[in-house]
Design a protein around this ligand. Structure first.
Ligand SMILES: NC(=O)c1ccc[n+]([C@@H]2O[C@H](COP(=O)([O-])OP(=O)(O)OC[C@H]3O[C@@H](n4cnc5c(N)ncnc54)[C@H](O)[C@@H]3O)[C@@H](O)[C@H]2O)c1
Length: 333
């Protein structure tokens, strides 16, 4: 039985807690930390875990096998580096960090400690995106030619400091990074060439970003925005053209394959576990996939597809986009 401690009992912490609880046969949530005792207590009541108001004290006191870090983004790097002193397996929410100097410290600490770190780049674990990755890697529909990935949302007014580059990283590092990370994963390389444009609001904050990436002969684009009217709900979509088919995920979450030969069809994907998760996603499935995968990797002693170095490469690519779009001067800002 793996002993799990969770730090950060907000929106995503609640989603992770449900996943850990659903895996009671393999893991036990033994400790919960949040600066709000009330929130931590609510979580602890679900599983009988001990409550802490200080995550570092929790890691020092408890002999944890796993720590799950769901605190606000600006705290990720420090928490992960400190956690490496106490716990051998760390899962942390995305984005992994906000600054280049944090990225380098994280890589150095990981190298020195050998700890397993998985980062919550959950799009890699969404069924439609998994399907696309599978058909692209197998070559079933030939080579990638072109495609577009979008993440579009109204302003996340529920998120404290959502427009603060030093707290959330703004839309680019908080939300658009999901597509950036997936595109790197899909193409299994870094882009050879890229262009990026952004629209700022009157406070100078980036609210829309468009980037085009060239991977050999293939051209992909990604659009991110959380500046849409509240009446237009969050959507994540893609449209990809390969040599022998197009694959499209529409705004209703329907995945359709349009082959060169034969009729279009909707591939059979896993059942959605729809529920009110209190955040702008309603399907527990991808989070279950990512946490189950993390536990399997702990047991197998392997790093897996959502590693620290992968997350840092995605973070660095978003920063490069922000530089190309003239939003930041250089990565050490
Ligand atoms: N992968 C995804 O789909 C996804 C979705 C939402 C959020 N996230 C990420 O998860 C992280 C948290 O987001 P959220 O929406 O849950 O935020 P939130 O504000 O709802 O929750 C954060 C929690 O951390 C607690 N906290 C703050 N400082 C703390 C500290 N020093 N020690 C212990 N607890 C502390 C807060 O009291 C709060 O309960 C962010 O990095 C965000 O980018 C990822």
């Amino acid at each position: 039985m793996l002993k799990v401690g969770l730090i950060g009992c907000g929106g995503i912490g609640a989603v992770h807690a449900r996943c850990w609880l659903a895996m009671r046969d393999k893991v036990q949530m033994v400790a919960i930390a949040d600066v709000s005792t009330e929130r931590a207590q609510q979580f602890a009541d679900m599983c009988g875990a001990k409550v802490y108001t200080d995550g570092f004290e929790m890691m020092k006191e408890e002999a944890l096998d796993v720590v799950d870090i769901c605190v606000p983004t600006f705290l990720h790097a420090d928490y992960v580096i400190r956690a490496m002193e106490y716990v051998k397996n760390i899962i942390v929410e995305k984005p992994i960090c906000l600054k280049e100097k944090e990225a380098q410290r994280l890589l150095d600490a990981r190298e020195a400690s050998g700890v397993l770190v998985q980062v919550g780049h959950v799009v890699r674990f969404m069924d439609a995106y998994r399907y696309l990755k599978e058909v692209a890697s197998s070559g079933k529909y030939g080579k990638m030619i072109a495609g577009n990935f979008d993440s579009i949302s109204p302003r996340p007014m529920w998120m404290k400091g959502h427009d603060d580059i030093d707290r959330t990283g703004t839309m680019a590092l908080d939300m658009h990074i999901h597509d950036v990370d997936y595109i790197r994963y899909l193409m299994e390389s870094e882009p050879e060439d890229m262009h990026s444009w952004a629209v700022r609001d009157k406070e100078g904050i980036v609210q829309h970003i468009w980037t085009s990436y060239r991977f050999g002969d293939a051209l992909l684009t990604a659009e991110g925005s959380w500046d849409y009217p509240a009446s237009l709900p969050f959507r994540q979509t893609f449209r990809v053209r390969m040599e022998k088919a197009a694959v499209v995920l529409d705004a209703n979450g329907i995945l359709t394959v349009y082959p060169e030969e034969g009729e279009k069809f909707v591939p059979q994907l896993g059942e959605k576990e729809e529920m009110d998760l209190g955040i702008n996603v309603s399907d527990l499935g991808p989070y279950m996939n990512e946490i189950r995968y993390f536990v399997e990797n702990i047991q197998a002693g392997v790093e897996g597809i959502a590693s620290l170095s992968e997350a840092i490469a995605s973070f660095r690519l978003v920063w490069k986009e922000l530089e190309l779009a003239g939003i930041v001067q250089n990565m050490t800002d």
